[in-house]
Write a new protein. Structure first.
Length: 372
């Protein structure tokens, strides 16, 4: 039922844009629209494509994935190519019952080299086809989460949170950032995740002032910030959380920054409702931080959508005027970063409801002290 609804929505968009066919290249949209879980390797490798018209559903792949595609993509006819995608695309199109005149490609997920080969091959064929970009039609395809997706996100979030609680109980002075990151990754996998949403960020002291710090051999010290950003991936869906701790005693800067961020996050979440602009939610949190002693210490966007990909539309940013709608899932993650001292980031996942917002997290922010 969910797949049929997704395909129907795409076909409605195709009709509005006068596309005869859409070609899907990305892992995320391929899975979303077909159920096929095959993943590309490098940027120049492909596990296959979807070709969707108003009457046909084709999943084209190679022999490595043929059986998997047949088992997972029950709604699709499977075409197994042998010479490579670019060389056989014209044959795949000829395989369609009705030959398309305008084909929209998911251009953001193919290389210029592949696009050039496809264009050259089609121009050299007897097919009279116009190639266009499908990006406008696909941009918000996954922006509203259905019940199946929400269930998957909740399950991945539960694993991530439970794993972090286990990590927290084992943190001690002299543990390195790398050791903590590996332990959290290990716990996430042992607790049932298929993988991580992204590499764990474990940053201490001055390193925590780097929003995307890479864990190194720096050892945890007493009374300095310990920033963790992490997430689990389960059944194709991601979770995303940030928590900041301190071993021993928090100094006044930590306490003031922490409370400022907690207030900013609560203000932003309380303002969430359908039809409010993402930029307005960002402004509420940003203005609160800038009206404190930490003005200018919050540089990145307030949040982003999460789903099959760790970053999806909408962006909860001053640059994004997307109207929030019920069913969207976003992060709210204000941060304060002070060079040389460190940084704090507090991140929860939030579902937009018909009347406001639901925080999906179970772990609060009260217990940030690790007692000695």
């Amino acid at each position: 039922m969910f797949l049929n609804n997704r395909i129907d929505r795409l076909r409605e968009s195709m009709d509005k844009n006068s596309f005869d066919a859409v070609v899907i290249f990305s892992d995320e949209n391929r899975r979303y629209l077909s159920g096929f879980t095959g993943e590309d390797g490098n940027y120049d490798e492909s596990a296959g494509i979807l070709i969707i018209t108003q009457t046909e559903l084709i999943l084209a792949t190679d022999s490595r994935y043929k059986t998997q595609a047949e088992n997972e993509a029950k709604l699709y006819s499977i075409y197994c190519y042998e010479k490579g995608l670019s060389l056989e695309l014209t044959d795949i199109i000829k395989w369609l019952k009705y030959k398309p005149a305008k084909i929209a490609l998911e251009t953001s997920r193919i290389t210029f080299d592949l696009y050039s080969k496809i264009e050259q091959k089609l121009n050299g064929s007897i097919l009279n086809i116009e190639l266009v970009s499908a990006e406008d039609a696909l941009k918000n395809l996954r922006i509203i989460k259905d019940n199946q997706e929400l269930e998957a996100i909740r399950a991945s979030l539960k694993i991530a949170e439970n794993s972090f609680l286990e990590l927290k109980a084992q943190i001690s002075p002299n543990m390195t950032e790398k050791e903590a990151a590996w332990l959290l990754e290990k716990l996430i996998r042992e607790n049932g995740a298929d993988s991580l949403s992204f590499p764990v960020i474990a940053a201490s002291g001055s390193n925590s002032a780097l929003p995307h710090a890479i864990p190194d051999k720096k050892r945890f010290k007493k009374n300095e910030p310990l920033l963790f950003d992490f997430g689990a991936k389960l059944n194709g869906y991601c979770s995303d959380i940030s928590r900041t701790l301190v071993i021993g005693k928090a100094d006044n800067t930590f306490k003031e920054a922490y409370q400022t961020l907690l207030d900013a996050q609560n203000m932003a979440i309380n303002a969430i409702r359908p039809d409010i602009k993402c930029s307005e939610i960002d402004k509420i949190a940003r203005d609160h931080i800038d009206n404190s002693k930490f003005k200018g210490r919050f540089g990145h966007a307030l949040g982003h959508g999460v789903g099959i990909a760790i970053h999806e539309p909408p962006r909860v940013s001053r640059l994004d005027d997307t109207l929030l709608k019920a069913g969207m899932v976003v992060t709210i993650e204000p941060g304060i970063y002070v060079p040389e001292w460190g940084g704090i980031r507090l991140e929860n996942m939030v579902r937009v409801t018909e009347n406001g917002a639901e925080v999906l997290n179970s772990i609060g922010f009260n217990e940030y002290i690790i007692a000695l």
